[in-house]
Design a protein around this ligand. Structure first.
Ligand code: NAP
Length: 587
């Protein structure tokens, strides 16, 4: 029996069936209004969410809200308990909830209430969509290019709380162990933080990110890491991420390496590209080429930095939404704090909580209601009706209160938003951008790959794809025409019979074996002058190994073979030279 929580009559609970949630038309959703500015923004947002659902479904669907208690309100009701047991049970029981910001109680036995919530419910994924809304002030020239969803791991990394303070007894024990047993060296009295990163924790996070990309027709998932320095934690995260993609989503995914080596930069319909980027480079890329990225999967610390930095590109933390999720429970939340100096003034921007609610509506599959709010919000802000924080940045804006801002969105939704047009425009814009990116990749694979932050590692990254092959019976004259037409300096000679050997005929072969020998090119077959056996390398060979093979064999170009032993490209010493000159020798 609950002390203070009761479920509204007429509502039904959301259920979990396998790995899918089953949402009735009258779901009970939990809400925690939060501390400080929490009650102001929660009141305004609940009116907007309800109005959107009413407008989208004409009464056929309705949210039944159950109030849950955390923070100061809970402490008042439950005798000083900031996170009562029954709230935890209700969050699990109701599956989907939303919460305002919470004050961290001083001396309440928690590092932070939000951390306690994540730990107790094992909400292992922090999901932060970051996109620009028309009218919102931004420091970028093209903020509309930013449209990513960040999946940040919530339970591991240096945030796991395994820390030993300088001078403390346990610190000395730990330091002794490291020095005496492990032979490590460090400065005297160093404090320590341990960074656990496990296959289990990494894989479940990446799995969720890939599943999201599949469900939402996203183009790519990028694993963000600093694996070049922290090989067994951040590097391992990258390795495990690729493993999940290959082992569990092989049908749906290709790697970025395959995108270039096998598909020449053209993404096969419906496939999600799995790629990875070094953490520090991703910050630069999210400023310079944000539209290269779609879904980002990160460890805890990198994700913390990255989500706030990306949010700042498109309007800041005042409107950035978020959610924390496990496989069975999702808690959506405002990402800012309680801003105590504004509490009760009906003043602040409700955007962060509002869009967390939009995420929540999308999560339960009520996309039409979510889109109505998004479309109406942009119209209202574009018309210059904003709260104080945006009013400071937009000249000539009309400053309104939190509740008035909510009213303006509701007015806009009631009759004045052409939802279909909004949805169609957004889909067309996304499609158009994808096409443009693909065209660039296909036209100039190497340049695009490098500009998008991928450093060539393997032969497949660097080769010139689509080598031209001819039957051995082709005359040298015909092959010469073909080479001139295609502007290539060699052709590959197909095997003369099953199990026969591939060969190669270069311009030099024609000069030395035909022209200087005074033979007529139309009377000699390519098979007679081609060099065999063809020196080949596998598409995933490293540049280092390829260079070694070339220098040992004293040859200037080799043919690249795929897993089925078919030629898929050619790589020359000049290609490797140019790459190493520009990027250095890859790790
Ligand atoms: P904060 O509450 O986020 O406020 C910092 C500043 O951010 C505000 O003074 C205000 O800037 C701006 N701001 C925040 N929310 C806004 C909104 N909705 N609309 C417009 N501007 C907004 O951070 P804090 O002062 O560091 O933390 C206060 C308390 O919140 C602490 O107890 C902290 O532990 C807690 N906290 C809770 C959460 C959470 O529950 N998720 C997250 C972070 C912090 P201006 O002064 O420039 O107007």
């Amino acid at each position: 029996m609950n002390q203070h929580i009761s479920y509204p009559e007429g509502g039904e609970k959301i259920k979990i069936d396998g790995d899918r949630i089953v949402v009735p038309d009258n779901p009970i959703l939990g809400y925690v209004e939060g501390d400080g500015i929490g009650p102001d923004i929660t009141a305004a947002c609940m009116r907007v969410w309800d109005a959107a659902v009413e407008q989208a479904y004409g009464g056929k669907r309705k949210v039944h809200w159950a109030e849950l208690f955390m923070g100061e309100k809970a402490a008042g009701l439950y005798d000083g308990d900031y996170f009562p047991e029954e709230t935890q049970r209700a969050l699990e029981d109701l599956v989907v909830s939303i919460k305002g910001p919470l004050t961290t109680p001083v001396g309440g036995g928690f590092r932070s209430l939000n951390v306690a919530l994540r730990q107790k419910l094992d909400l292992y994924a922090c999901v932060r969509p970051v996109r620009h809304y028309a009218g919102v002030p931004s420091p970028l020239k093209h903020p509309e290019d930013v449209d990513v969803v960040i999946f940040r791991e919530n339970t591991e990394d240096v945030y796991a709380g395994i820390e030993y303070q300088s001078g403390a007894e346990d610190n000395k024990k730990f330091a002794d162990f490291l020095k005496n047993e492990m032979g490590e060296t460090f400065w005297e009295d160093a404090g320590f933080g341990v960074k656990p990163i496990s296959p289990f924790g990494s894989k479940r996070l990446v799995r969720k990110a890939i599943q999201y990309a599949i469900d939402h027709n996203r183009e790519s998932v990028t694993l963000v890491h600093k694996g070049n320095i922290m090989k067994f934690t951040e590097g391992a995260f990258r390795t495990w991420g690729y493993e999940v993609a290959r082992d569990e989503f092989g049908e749906h995914t290709i790697t970025e390496e395959e995108l270039y080596s096998t598909y020449g930069g053209k993404r096969p319909e419906g496939k999600i590209v799995i790629k990875d980027r070094i953490a520090d480079i991703i910050f630069q890329l999210m400023l310079l080429r944000p539209n290269e990225f779609d879904v980002l999967a990160t460890m805890n610390l990198n994700g913390d930095y990255l989500s706030d930095a990306c949010a700042a590109e498109v309007g800041g933390i005042g409107i950035a939404p978020g959610a924390n999720m496990s496989d069975n429970v999702a808690v959506f939340e405002a990402t800012h704090g309680t801003a105590p100096k504004y509490a009760g003034q009906d003043k602040v921007n409700p955007g962060s909580l509002l869009f967390s609610g939009v995420m929540m509506l999308e999560y339960i599959g009520w996309q039409e209601a979510a889109d109505l709010i998004t479309a109406a919000y942009q119209k209202v802000v574009t018309n210059g009706i904003v709260t104080y924080d945006f009013a400071r940045q937009i000249e000539g804006a009309t400053e309104v209160k939190t509740s008035q801002f909510g009213d303006a969105i509701i007015d806009q939704m009631r009759g004045k938003v052409d939802l279909e047009k909004y949805q169609q425009q957004r889909e067309e814009a996304i499609e158009q951008e994808r096409k443009e990116r693909e065209e660039r990749r296909v036209k100039n694979p190497l340049e695009e790959m490098v500009a998008s932050g991928r450093i060539p590692h393997t032969v497949g990254d660097l080769m010139n794809p689509g080598p031209v092959s001819v039957p051995a019976s082709t005359t040298v004259e015909d092959a010469m025409h073909l080479m001139r037409e295609r502007r290539i300096s060699s052709v590959i000679c197909q095997p003369e019979s099953d199990g026969g050997e591939w060969g190669i005929m270069t311009q030099r072969d024609v000069l030395s074996r035909i022209v200087s020998a005074n033979r007529s090119p139309n009377s000699v077959k390519v098979g007679e002058v081609a060099t065999r056996p063809l020196v080949t390398v596998q598409v995933d060979m490293t540049l280092h190994d390829c260079a070694e093979k070339m220098s040992t064999g004293n040859i200037r170009r080799v043919v690249v073979m795929d897993a089925n032993n078919q030629p898929v490209g050619i790589i020359s010493d000049t290609d490797i030279f140019a790459s190493v000159e520009q990027f250095g020798l890859p790790e």
